[in-house]
Design a protein around this ligand. Structure first.
Ligand code: FNR
Length: 355
């Protein structure tokens, strides 16, 4: 099953393995470069069905760090085109994750300490639902007003339009990991008293407006994914029951798949990470909201991935660090599972896999 094609709307992936979005922090002013071509391209050569970019900022202020990839102008989209084209030529579906970092924006890249830089010359003030800092050392974000909320919806919608122009065939909106849209969902970060805070309907309003606007700016045949944190792992925070309701609403506005992750709305939430630990969330949402799901998180073994997809626990698996460790993770998985997967014609004979 792992190597059976997955069709969503008019797009068919050759298998149910997606490269999970992973920040490379290797851009200047959001522009892609040779790193992105080789990094994403080699995972497409390595047999993944879907190759998704890292979190791609929909606006300058929505970057996690000054070195994030971005798509806030047509020049960004144009520069992404060769990357998209290569992924497609290598047989994978090119996908992009659209993101706004919210109150977790304006930090140094991980290898320079990942500390907030809002008060430095190259920094900026992060935005959020309420002036509650993410963690010690982070500033209280600027509380977003009506114009800011409208700008976020417009930015996501324009970014999706550009992504489509660049040739991406799957668009994912990042609504997890404590970034802007998750911070609206979670009562831990959102204590607004207007239409965007309080009840679940209100906290879900901005994420749903974004999803609806993105759906509208895409052609009908292209799938739309949404990544969520299914729980904050904190009492009084976001949880699975709310995720299931959100998934039902997302389905109504035209979202096709929920990519199930968790946590990261606070720096000190105790995440119970273990092999496949998000799979039960993906299964519950799939069954109770009636929407396709992807599972991510410590899916490292081909047999484990096969079991998840083959027994209907999720429709697809996202593999992150496994693909950093081995760009050919998917081809090696096929070999282990004795499944058919096409090695690149340039390599096949030499490694003893005739095509
Ligand atoms: C990530 N992750 C991540 N998630 C996301 O939604 N957008 C992103 O840009 C990133 N960036 C990122 C960078 C790096 C270096 C890592 C290791 C992770 C999370 C990632 O997509 C995935 O959900 C987790 O890594 C768990 O899956 P694995 O790695 O256990 O397969």
């Amino acid at each position: 099953m792992l190597f059976s094609p997955l069709q969503i709307r008019s797009i068919t992936a050759r298998n149910r393995i997606a490269v999970s979005p992973m920040c490379m922090y290797s851009s200047v002013e959001g522009m892609p470069n040779h790193w992105h071509l080789v990094h994403l391209g080699s995972r497409a050569v390595g047999g993944a069905g879907i190759v998704m970019t890292e979190a791609c900022a929909v606006s300058r202020e929505g970057r996690i760090s000054p070195m994030d990839l971005g798509i806030w102008s047509d020049e960004h989209a144009q520069a992404l085109q060769p990357v998209v084209e290569f992924i497609r030529q290598a047989g994978a579906v090119p996908a992009i994750q659209l993101a706004h970092a919210g109150r977790k924006a304006a930090t140094a890249v991980p290898w320079l300490g990942h500390k907030p830089i809002y008060d430095q010359p190259h920094g900026w003030m992060p935005l959020g639902p309420s002036p509650i800092p993410y963690a010690n050392g982070y500033p209280p974000p600027l509380e977003m007003g009506t114009a800011d909320l409208k700008k976020v919806v417009d930015d996501f919608s324009a970014a999706a339009r550009r992504a489509n122009t660049a040739g991406f065939e799957v668009i994912e909106c990042h609504m997890g990991h404590g970034y802007l849209l998750h911070s609206f969902l979670s009562p831990i970060a959102n204590q607004r008293r207007d239409d965007y805070g309080g009840s679940l309907e209100n906290r879900a309003r901005l994420p749903l407006q974004v999803a609806a606007a993105v759906r509208e700016s895409l052609p009908q045949q292209l799938p739309l994914f949404v990544r969520i944190s299914c729980t904050d792992w904190v009492a009084g925070g976001w949880d699975l029951a709310q995720s299931i309701q959100l998934a039902k609403w997302m389905k109504e506005v035209g979202v096709d798949l929920i990519d199930c992750s968790s946590g990261a709305v606070t720096a000190d939430s105790p995440i119970a990470a273990a092999p496949g630990f998000h799979v039960p969330f993906a299964t519950a949402i799939r069954e109770q909201a009636g929407i396709a799901t992807g599972a991510v998180g410590l899916i490292t073994e081909p047999a484990q991935a096969e079991q998840i997809v083959g027994t209907g626990l999720a429709d697809l698996v996202f593999v992150g660090r496994g693909f950093l460790d081995n760009p050919y993770w998917a081809l090696h998985a096929a070999r282990k599972l004795r499944a058919n997967a096409d090695w690149p014609v340039q390599y096949a004979r030499a490694v003893g896999v005739p095509r």
